[in-house]
Design a protein around this ligand. Structure first.
Ligand code: NCD
Length: 342
């Protein structure tokens, strides 16, 4: 794919070679993301970060990624603080905002709304989550994380065994991830959910058509016993019709240290797109695994910055110019001289 000036609305866009290219560039972003040196390759460019639905990681990591490449960021959060609440259409919003920006990142509660918005935009639009439909950049960073994590144990994406657990019906991250997994061979994907929250048939059919082994189950055991990755997800209660439905599924799956130690193989990597829901009796991924070396959720969140930097570099067609726009960070050297205060 030619990424230059391209909207990123769905994982369907990506071929395997695109993923490989993106991940190689994400690796090159490490020194800038770690603040070892600065990069100004997007100097003068403006990102409009439009989040019409709750977000912490996605919004801040898009913003960090753009600023780490030298760009500037404008933001709106919440429908109630934008003119959409006054009845403004996506068309008008897109026409106006694209006059103020060089790229737009947008999250919206309605499925396919970001695609509709992109039709009226004059600059590239990146889908940061459209209702229960897709979350393509989360899937990209998830796949990058999976590859990085399993490589340490001598496994590669073509032999991946993964269990996706929880709300697979409304969880947009797993919809997008399944689409990307279709590019790999010999994989086994275990879809673990209550039947009412099962993965939509289109995604299951796509996995099978791509030749992947698909296992559909309602219980974690014994399915979490022989996988490289367990990928837990939050019950997407904001998409439910009523509280009764929410209560029926909350706390149904809970991965904790005792279950992990008893049932998972020692190399199984634990992932979750986050946020974990810590308001319930039990979380889908308990805190007692926080110090476990195989818990990759914070590395996964960190990787979001690298992958989003790589995506911006490709959309702006500057991936080959990174080294020409590097400079040292003077504050960094000064800070390293002094011990941090406790
Ligand atoms: C996810 C989302 O918004 O779809 N969060 C994220 O972007 N990392 C998952 C979730 O909200 O459960």
């Amino acid at each position: 794919m030619n990424f230059s000036n391209q909207h990123i609305l769905s994982t369907e866009l990506f071929e395997r070679s695109d993923l490989e290219r993106l991940f190689k560039i994400a690796d090159q972003m490490q020194p800038y993301a770690r603040r070892e040196s600065a990069n100004h390759v997007l100097d003068g460019a403006i990102l409009s970060n439009m989040f019409f639905e709750a977000s912490t990681r996605t919004r801040i990591s898009f913003s960090s990624a753009f600023q780490l490449l030298g760009g500037k960021v404008n933001e709106t959060t919440g429908i109630e603080h934008s003119s959409i609440i006054k009845g403004e259409s996506l068309y008008d919003t897109a026409r106006v905002l694209s006059g103020y920006s060089d790229v737009i990142v947008m999250r919206h509660p309605e499925p396919y709304s970001v695609g509709q918005f992109a039709k009226a935009s004059r600059v590239p639009v990146i889908n940061a989550g459209d209702g229960d439909n897709e979350h393509p950049t989360q899937a990209l960073l998830d796949l990058y994380t999976i590859e990085t994590e399993i490589k340490r144990h001598g496994t590669n994406l073509d032999d991946l065994r993964i269990a996706l657990i929880g709300d697979l019906k409304y969880g947009r991250t797993v919809h997008s991830l399944c689409a990307l997994l279709c590019h790999y061979r010999h994989c086994c994907v275990k879809l673990i959910s209550p039947s009412a929250l099962a993965m939509p048939v289109e995604q299951v059919e796509a996995l099978r058509k791509a030749g992947l082994e698909v296992v559909i189950a309602e219980h974690m055991h014994p399915h979490i016993e022989d996988v490289d990755i367990v990928y837990a997800t939050r019950i997407q209660e904001e998409r439910f019709e009523n509280d009764a439905e929410t209560n029926a599924y909350q706390s149904l799956y809970s991965l904790n240290a005792s279950i992990y130690t008893r049932h998972c193989s020692p190399n199984t990597v634990i992932m979750h797109p986050m946020p974990r829901n810590s308001m319930q009796k039990t979380s889908e991924l308990e805190d007692d695994l926080n110090e476990h070396p195989n818990l990759a959720i914070f590395r996964q969140a960190d990787n979001g910055v690298l992958v989003r930097m790589a995506l911006f570099a490709l959309i702006f067609d500057v991936a080959n110019q990174l080294s020409q726009h590097e400079s040292p960070l003077s504050w960094r050297a000064r800070r390293q001289d002094k011990p941090s205060k406790t």
